[in-house]
Design a protein around this ligand. Structure first.
Ligand code: ADP
Length: 649
């Protein structure tokens, strides 16, 4: 234990040393251009290089010499060539470039900023080498453990296998190849094939991208490193690139192995887009590119990365030799969902036969991701336990689905009488339009029990898994969504603020019809690229005149749909009043209640496993018989049509 005065003395010496260093660093001289040969014969073997920075034409080399820190420049006709030569000569001369030395790409005009950015790094390197002992005694730790860059990755041996990954057969098949590459690389190399370096797993959150990467590691029996893209980015300059280097260094030492970088878009966003630069992020990305390029060997290191924003990734990441493949991991279809339910119900004590229960729940959960399903299974078990049940049953899981969809019931939220009446008519409006239009999804439930975050009521539908939508389906969906607002205006002659969310959805669908799907005669069969809200500058690839035409057409679609909905609800005003009255009394209406009030749906409904999958067996009907709590769900098998999980009012 160091005494107080000793510590103060150490700190004083350290500060004095830093001041000296500061003076030294600021005096570093530019030694001008040297040729590669001189560099190779004098500077490289001396092992005093602090940093190498590469621009498209020049390599900037900072080295510690007896006279202080000096800058040397070398003309490099090709960056790749320089790297290859450097790597080769390093190996030949047996020079270990330290941790602080790395080559990074930068652009010429950012060089000045780069130089300023490395100053703190230079201080640290030198301060550590001068005062490592003092720091060690002050902090009671070895300097290396304190300042060594940590990759932040967690390393493990994955026990997950493909058995734990349900559904997504195509993604599994594609990724299965990597298992073969890792297990028997010779088989491919023998024929001269280059083993792919990695794959980007693209898909919405919770669809099992991490799980799939883990399973690949588990199947191949190799170590698994996982890190999130945002872990690279810290407020300190230079930490990101050094974390990347450290990660690859660790990985190479444990090769063959798998690295999984989650949310790669945090570092991998396209460089210099939108006017703002984030130097640290760009340097981190550059370093990642350098490492993947094989500046230093990456034999046996497979890199997977996950993202749900492939559109913002830098194109350099997707070039051959880096992430060679893109594997799409989408939301599961009805059969996939059944399989995922089977995986997660395995550990839960359930009342029904597992397969029947899984099928029933799968019909009620379109649009759910694997993570949502895992959540439903766990919530179902929690609800059953809370109710002191000995086993979890269908109704517990049904309640869990609803909780995942619209949040907890808030029975004690006080709504005024007038507000309840408005909400009841609004929801009844959605229900009636959905019931009488041809191309809508079957309705499951209407509720005016307040829930979760500001939801005063909702009408819930059961859409099928669908990847393509027709013009009619989109039109009817707009009408159903407008139903609440139109009902308010017909019944009360005035409108409330409750329809804002509905109107946003309507506008989105209408604008997609015009701008993306080429479904508008006047604008024509043209699809404009989706605008990226994260970009600072949004350039519309069309003229002012087209822009005006698009606005007019969107408005026209919405107004025509409004009129159609108005006409329908006016003709069904009695039914509307009847449903609203019963809703005010019972708070929740199920499909069977609506059938009783309105008669059978004129266009029929497909709701059971057999009807939805075309399989002939007769599973139990998902239609709930008890009137307590029930039902679900959602839409959005398609990744283009922005469809709501439930229509809320
Ligand atoms: P992502 O990386 O795509 O965000 P994860 O792999 O982290 O998603 O998935 C979260 C959880 O969801 C997993 O731990 C698993 O419990 C569950 N899950 C997701 N997809 C599947 C699947 N296909 N089979 C089984 N469980 C899944």
């Amino acid at each position: 234990m160091g005494s107080g005065p000793l510590k103060i003395l150490n700190i004083a010496i350290l500060s004095f040393g830093l001041i000296l260093l500061l003076a030294e660093v600021f005096s570093f001289g530019d030694k001008g251009y040297i040729d590669y040969h001189t560099f190779r014969s004098t500077i490289l073997p001396s092992g005093t290089i602090l940093k190498i920075m590469l621009t498209p034409n020049t390599a900037y080399i900072y080295a510690k010499t007896p006279e202080g820190i000096r800058l040397y420049k070398i003309n490099v006709p090709s960056v790749d060539d320089f790297q290859r030569k450097l790597e080769h000569d390093q190996t030949e001369l047996g020079v270990e470039l330290g941790d602080q030395v790395f080559a990074s790409y930068i652009t010429e005009n950012r060089l000045a900023r780069e130089i300023i950015a490395i100053l703190p790094t230079v201080f640290f390197v030198m301060a550590i080498s001068y005062f490592s002992k003092s720091i060690g005694s002050i902090l009671g730790k070895g300097p290396s453990s304190l300042f060594a860059p940590k990759s932040k990755a967690t390393r493990g041996q994955s026990t997950t296998t493909f058995k734990d990954v349900a559904g997504m057969d195509e993604a599994k098949e594609e990724i299965m190849e990597f298992v073969a590459f890792l297990k028997k690389p010779e088989k491919y190399k023998r024929l001269g094939a280059k083993i792919p370096k990695g794959a980007i797993l693209v898909g919405p959150p919770g669809t099992g991208k991490t799980l799939l990467a883990k399973a690949t590691a588990g199947e191949s029996g190799v170590p698994f490193f996982t890190i999130s893209g945002s872990d690279f980015i810290e407020m300190f300059v230079g930490v990101g690139p050094s974390r990347v280097r450290e990660l690859f260094k660790e990985a190479r030492a444990s090769a063959p192995c798998i690295i999984f970088i989650d949310e790669i878009d945090a570092v991998g966003r396209s460089r210099s887009r939108g006017g703002f630069h984030n130097d640290e992020r760009e340097n981190t990305l550059n370093q990642l590119l350098v490492e993947m390029d094989g500046f230093g060997t990456t034999e046996g290191v497979v890199v997977f990365a996950g993202t749900n924003r492939p559109d913002v990734l830098d194109s350099a990441l997707l070039r051959p030799g880096r992430f060679d493949r893109t594997i799409y991991v989408g939301e599961p279809d009805i059969k996939g969902r059944k399989d995922i339910f089977m995986v997660h119900l395995k550990n839960i004590k359930i009342e029904d036969k597992m397969e029947d229960l899984a099928k029933r729940l799968a019909t009620l959960t379109p649009g759910f991701s694997g993570a949502d399903i895992a959540n439903v299974c766990n919530e179902g078990a929690l609800i059953a336990a809370r109710k002191n049940a000995t086993v979890a049953s269908f109704k517990h899981f049904e309640e869990a689905i609803e909780r995942v969809l619209v949040g907890l019931e808030r029975k004690n939220r006080v709504l005024s009488k007038e507000e309840r009446i408005i909400v009841a008519h609004h929801e009844a409006g959605h229900a009636i339009v959905g019931w009488f239009l041809e191309h809508t999804d079957p309705l499951l439930k209407v509720s005016i029990v307040p829930r979760g975050m500001g939801t005063l009521g909702f009408a819930q539908y059961q859409p099928k898994d669908q990847y393509l939508y027709t013009r009619e389906q989109l039109s009817d969906r707009i009408c159903v969504t407008l139903g609440g607002r139109v009902a308010e205006s017909i019944i009360f002659g005035r409108i409330s603020t409750g329809a804002q969310d509905d109107l946003e959805k309507v506008t989105k669908i209408a604008s997609s019809k015009v701008v993306h799907y080429g479904m508008n005669e006047r604008v024509g069969v043209i699809s404009f690229k989706k605008e990226n809200n994260n970009d600072i500058t949004i350039e519309k690839p069309y003229s002012q005149a087209t822009s005006r035409m698009i606005d007019e057409e969107i408005r026209k679609i919405v107004m025509e749909s409004y009129d159609r909905t108005h006409a329908l609800l006016t003709s069904k005003k009695d039914e509307l009043l009847k449903v609203a009255a019963v809703l005010l009394e019972k708070e929740v209406l199920l499909r069977d209640d609506l059938r009783e009030l309105l008669g059978p749906r004129p266009y029929g409904e497909k709701t059971t496993w057999a009807e939805l999958t075309g399989e002939t067996e007769t599973p139990p009907s998902p239609s709930p018989s008890s009137s307590s709590s029930s039902s679900s769900t959602t839409t959005s098998g398609d990744n283009n049509v922005e469809s709501p999980k439930v229509l809320v009012g």
